[in-house]
Design a protein around this ligand. Sequence first.
Ligand code: TXA
Ligand code: MG
Length: 317
Amino acid sequence: MPDTPALTPLWPADAAGLDRAVAVLRSGGTLAFATETVYGLGADARDAAAVAAIFEAKARPGFNPLIVHVADALAAQDLVHWSPQAEALAQAFWPGPLTMVLPLRADAGIARRVTAGLDTLAVRVPAHPVAQALLRAFGGPVAAPSANRSGQISPTRSAHVLAGLTGRIGAVLEGGACAVGLESTILAPGSPARLLRPGTITAAQIEPITGLLAGARSGVITAPGQLASHYAPRAAIRLNATEWQTNEARLGFGPVPCDLNLSAAGDLAQAAANLFDHLHRLDATGAQVIAVTPVPDSGEGVAINDRLRRAAAPRES
Ligand code: TXA
Ligand code: MG
């Protein structure tokens, strides 16, 4: 396994930076890169030692499987058993913030730790131009969880990645602020198709293709990594705040007085893009409590409220 530098370098996503990033992946190292959702911590999904280094850097429990990123749907079909429904979903949403959990092909060549021993694989084709350029130049499957320490807030800027993981990973490839800002929607195609993690691609957008989704309204989310406590900042989180205590940092939505506003205009897509960055910023003020204005539970608000509930959940010590 290659050495990780004491201070992790940040490379621009120009031709030279991409070359170096590909070299890191080829040599079995770990590389953080931007996707349109959040930054991922990538490694060659076929290389067991490289995949182990992801779990090590994040202190991620081994039972929590990783998403594999590929450049296009054809590359995904080398890894998983495809279906007409998967094809229709790929046509509608790839490249983009949808992950599909499908039966793993016996000849996929994916390291066993990626799937945590499951017989399914989560695959995704990201839309971010830097992720696309990287995947095309590398030419193989890249396992990449979000580039944060396990249980902490997902990174939507390179500075968030470095704050959490510097010295623990090979390099970061700069890709600016992530436009979507919440992790991908995770879906297991089938009849019924099951929603495993809500995201900005909503059940209402998916159901015309799949029929009624299981899990979309029950709140029972079955992706193995969906622990109750997740996305936890250092500060405690108080939800549905309609009045403020003096010691609290105030995270608003809509036209309310606050320290930072997810979207003063009440735009849910904008709120999704701002959520993790604003949590990072309010946490950095040293506030003991972050109080959050109610966010409507519709559209992208379902995924925002899912992340907020996990951020507020009682933490394992
Ligand atoms: O937007 C995203 O999905 C980002 C970017 C980097 O692509 N990635 C991401 O990865 O959010 P991570 O590891 O933070 O979350 C992946 C989730 C976990 O909850 C994991 O349990 C679930 O996907 N997952 C992975 N493989 C699975 C499988 N075979 N079956 C069910 N759930 C799976
Ligand atoms: Mg994550």
